[in-house]
Design a protein around this ligand. Sequence first.
Ligand code: ADP
Length: 324
Amino acid sequence: MENKQKTIAVLTSGGDAPGMNAAIRAVVRTALHRGMRVLGVRRGYNGLINGDMVELNYLSVSDIMHRGGTILYTARCAEFREDAGVEKAKETCIKMGIDGVVVIGGDGSYRGARDLSLKGIPCVGLPGTIDNDISSTEYTIGYDTAMNTVCDMVDRLRDTSQSHDRCSVVEVMGRKAGYIALNTGIACGASVILMPEVPYDLEKDVLDKIRNAHKTGKQHFIVMVAEGVGGVEELAKKIEAATGIETRACVLGHVQRGGAPSLTDRVAATKMGYHAVELLEQGIGNRVVGLQCNEVVDYDILEGLEMVKTIDTNLVRIAEEVSL
Ligand code: ADP
């Protein structure tokens, strides 16, 4: 049988995350090393529908490892949620001779990858999101960098909170998940950590805690709140009214998504990108790649989407006990 050169495509989709470039680089370099062609698709599934893609070589991905964002741009694509959009993407793939697609993104992007795989274009998903909210992996690309950014920002905030005897209520990213809030809350010495997974009582878990610590002499406070809990402005007002401590809210926002990826993110992205190409090389699609106990694993996309990941309740308990 004739051995046709394989062509794979790579795209980034959904919210960006530091380390996506490292993943793109790993995919491109591994594929080229194994004699494949690689097409870089721009702006997520939009590029797959419109044929907005460019051939990548070794040099196309040089000098990007340490850069945040994604050289391929990322976007949401409403058209791809409809069957007609997926069908168009499939036609583009056939026209461009694409034998497989690496999709770097979150849960939503995985659903798209499953739909395209079902139409006969093998797709492999890589977990790219700062929130760490993908159940099929213990770790997502961008998570470590985002937490380090939060830590750096909140350390700065603490300096000024301490100088003014103030309470800072900080909103960090995590719409459905409190992983960033929990870990950065511990790392930044937060007095209170609020996450969507853990219900809380305002009086007992927030106000009493601050009042009691205030009585023992503590003058400044950090309250870490996950985006999914929200309401930081109102919470700040309630804390100030109930405790008499000057309280300000601070929403960290998109700064958490930027910056040079950490070593952990670069290595995780490289390991998982490499594995994605190994799968596509064998013609295996409809898989999502992840890390479990720091080992690379892969699952059927649907199976991966149905998995459940829970917050570390032991870590929640530790955080409660060590906070003042
Ligand atoms: P993330 O991948 O970060 O979770 P989104 O949920 O916004 O981000 O999804 C990114 C893109 O993936 C969407 O704009 C859409 O093109 C595609 N997508 C999301 N959900 C689905 C779905 N249920 N079916 C098909 N495609 C989807």
